[in-house]
Ligand binder design. Structure first.
Ligand SMILES: C[S@@+](CC[C@H](N)C(=O)[O-])C[C@H]1O[C@@H](n2cnc3c(N)ncnc32)[C@H](O)[C@@H]1O
Length: 236
């Protein structure tokens, strides 16, 4: 491991708004703040929103700056990326933001049904490995366990296949689609979005890619779709 990464991992232990629960501990016992994040960490009863696969946490931090009356937590497994977000949160004393270093698979061990919206920003599209996608049914059904009854999922991606896959999944499972566009910056939907671009979004826009956006209500369990021929390889 590189020296810079080691320095960041060490620094991460000192941030009081970055949590690094060990996976084995979470499997044995749920996180101590599960169901109590707002009351005991943020010390308020405001809404709680999550960003999954938050990387350096640009979206989490951007939203926290814009909406001081809401609480935001970014989740990612990569400590070296979270370091940047944790540094900004500390420097700006953003008391409505926090970060959790964990596998997204373990979210139900960390949160109870206390989350009002989940943002998934530029996830790895995993072509041919649909079960690993952060919008695959096995992931959505985990999110159901932590979302409030009227909770939403928001997806921002440059990957048209991932966008179509998720839109199809939502429609065929009769989930209410609230917003969708395969070209955000040519759509009026952009006017009601926060003007925040993550590191990956900036890169994709610079490369001339279109940004897709989808928001849907997740109020029932999701069943997988019949796989498309091109995706069958991922199931073998
Ligand atoms: C392509 S990056 C996008 C980062 C950031 N959202 C952005 O837009 O700049 C995807 C991120 O998702 C994280 N990730 C992917 N699968 C994950 C999982 N199962 N659990 C936790 N983090 C995950 C990766 O570590 C990575 O930081």
């Amino acid at each position: 491991m590189g020296k810079k990464k080691l320095i960041r991992f060490k620094a991460n232990k000192e941030f009081d708004r970055l949590f690094e629960p060990a996976a084995l501990d979470l499997i044995e016992q749920d996180h101590e703040l599960k169901g109590k994040w707002c009351e005991q960490f943020f010390n308020n009863d405001n809404e709680l929103l999550l960003e999954l696969g938050c990387g350096r946490g640009e979206y989490t931090i951007g939203l926290a700056r814009l909406n001081p009356d809401k609480n935001y937590i970014g989740v990612d497994i990569k400590g070296s990326r979270l370091f940047f977000g944790a540094t900004t949160i500390k420097e700006e004393q953003l008391n409505n933001a926090g970060l959790v270093r964990s596998q997204i698979e373990l979210l139900p061990n960390i949160f109870a049904q206390e989350v009002s919206e989940i943002w998934i920003t530029f996830p790895d599209p995993f072509p041919g490995r649909i079960r690993r996608r952060l919008t695959a049914p096995n992931f959505l059904n985990r999110y159901r366990k932590i979302l409030r009854e009227d909770g939403n999922i928001c997806l921002k991606t440059d990957d048209a296949d991932l966008y179509e896959f998720t839109l199809d999944l939502a429609r065929k499972n009769h989930l209410e689609v609230l917003d969708h566009t395969n070209d955000l910056y040519a759509s009026p939907i952009k006017d009601k979005m926060a003007p925040i671009q993550t590191l990956y979004e900036e890169r994709f826009i610079a490369a001339g890619k279109k940004i897709c956006f989808l928001r849907f209500r997740l109020d029932r369990d999701v069943t997988p779709l019949k796989p498309k021929i091109k995706d069958l390889a991922s199931l073998s």
